[in-house]
Write a protein that binds this ligand. Sequence first.
Ligand code: CMP
Length: 140
Amino acid sequence: MAIERTLSMIKPDAVAAGNAGNILQHFEDNGLRIVACKKTRLSLAQAQAFYAVHAARPFYNDLVTFMTEGPIFAQVLEGENAVAHHRSIMGATNPAQADEGTIRKLYASNIERNACHGSDSVENAAGEIAFFFSGAELLG
Ligand code: CMP
């Protein structure tokens, strides 16, 4: 299997609840190496840009408001098949449908306040990683 990198975000709900450390540990326990990590707070413009692909969706404005309500953690995770593996351990977007033991089952409240984000393809991961990190910040 290919070694990939993916962009992972711990969202404001999970950070405010004090679950960032547990979620970072969950990644390492599941074989994903943290090659970069930062705590930051998205501006309105940054959140709008990051989720621009969803701009036409009815939940877009609420999503952007949520994503700017407090700090987030952004990290780059590396491992075998990292994009799909990360999405698998996050669980379904809607925590009500997430498998037991997944991050969203453990820590998410609802389909919007769902604790974490992960890139959905290697191509999108490259763009999302560049959104948060310079090449020099990726410490493989
Ligand atoms: P994420 O994986 O970050 O990708 C887009 C986000 O939009 C998603 O997680 C949720 O936070 C949010 N989202 C997706 N679908 C819905 C929905 N039906 N209603 C509200 N928010 C949603």
